[in-house]
Design a protein around this ligand. Structure first.
Ligand code: PLP
Length: 349
């Protein structure tokens, strides 16, 4: 295989990370006696600028605990219509917390923030109460786009106007946003009541996410995690991988962004060389580590299969879109081969 570009979740732990995992001190984390998990949680709280953090098995669990704690059944959650929490979490919001979503579609996050603010429901006898707004940064289905600083300003202003509405950030890839903008993670999360950050995406750890928030929120989160079966025992072994990733893999994310830039340039070229086959590049100038190319919907699977036969794995995401994500396991030296495979497959379509 040349490269697995389906997602940055496909990274495998390298030798140094595995050694850190093998050497981890562990204890029973349900009793809060796993020293490695405690160290990870403290370090994550420091990096994200929150008082506390809780290690959980997945980003889905951490987003859903945040929803559960900051809403009541029958409430409404405002969200962008292409968000992971809405599209890819198996209906967990309504199923586990009894909420409904109010969605606004917009790839322009400033417009989205204004539109979402207009959707806050008056708390009347007839309406669902809006109690939470969820922001995804970076945004997966919008091509790894960063929630812009002006949008964050508006969110903070929104927060002041609607103190009864909590703010949650799905920061699965907040690390990418921090590297790309030069802001610290804490700056990007300033003004949010809670945030989910993942170790198993761009950071390249095998397992886990953290839910960050106030001490009080995290204490309550611990109980919901237990209730949902997410209490773990000697999980310091996997937390050590997350800790290693947090300490050693943040800066290198810049390389992933550079490689996404190489793919974007290729995709722009393919769109002009083969206008009947390569229809559009959603991310002509990618901000982080994701690039999308659109081919004719009836040709998408053939393109995916042909690439796979050449050792390049990509993800079809519907409507003829094909996603390629750069990450720790896509080293610079494979990029010429990856580009060559794309060009040859498209030519052969
Ligand atoms: C933006 C975003 N949020 C949350 C998640 C959920 O993470 P997990 O797969 O660990 O549940 C993902 C997974 O890819 C994601 O892309």
């Amino acid at each position: 295989m040349i490269a697995d570009l389906r997602s940055d979740t496909f990274t495998r732990p390298g030798l140094a990370m595995r050694s850190a995992m093998a050497a981890a001190e562990v204890g029973d984390d349900v009793f809060q006696e796993d020293p490695t998990i405690r160290e990870l949680e403290e370090e994550v709280a420091g990096v994200t600028g929150f008082d506390a953090a809780l290690y959980v098995p997945s980003g889905t669990m951490s987003n859903q605990i945040a929803i559960n704690l900051q809403t009541r059944p029958g409430d409404s959650v405002l969200i962008e219509a292409e968000s992971h929490v809405f599209i890819y979490e198996a209906g967990a919001g309504p199923a586990l917390s009894g909420i409904q979503f109010d969605c606004v579609y917009s790839a322009d996050f400033i417009q989205w923030t204004d539109a979402a603010a207009g959707l806050v429901r008056e708390d009347t006898l007839h309406s669902a109460t809006t109690s939470l707004i969820v922001v995804e940064n970076t945004h997966n289905r919008h091509g790894g786009r960063i929630f812009p600083a002006a949008g964050l300003e508006r969110i903070r202003a929104f927060r002041q106007k609607h103190p009864g509405v909590s703010l949650h950030c799905d920061g699965a890839r907040i690390w990418n946003a921090a590297v790309a903008t030069g802001n610290s993670v804490a700056e990007l999360l300033n003004g949010f009541d809670s945030a989910s950050v993942c170790f198993s995406k761009g950071l390249g750890a095998p397992v886990g996410s953290a839910l960050c928030g106030s001490r009080e929120l995290v204490a309550r989160a611990r109980k919901v995690r237990k209730r949902w079966g997410g209490g773990m025992r000697q999980a310091g072994i996997v937390a050590a991988g997350a800790l290693y990733a947090l300490r050693h893999h943040r800066e290198r994310i810049a390389e992933d962004h550079e490689r996404a830039g190489i793919l974007a340039e290729l995709f722009r070229g393919l769109c002009s060389d083969y206008p009947n086959k390569a229809l559009s590049a959603k991310t002509p100038d990618p901000q982080t580590n994701m690039v999308y190319l659109q081919v004719r919907p009836d040709q998408a699977q053939s393109m995916v299969d042909a690439l796979s036969a050449m050792g390049v794995l990509v993800l079809p995401t519907g409507g003829g879109w094909i996603r390629a994500v750069t990450h720790l396991d896509v080293p610079g030296h494979v990029m010429p081969k990856v580009c060559d495979a794309f060009a040859r497959c498209l030519k052969g379509l």
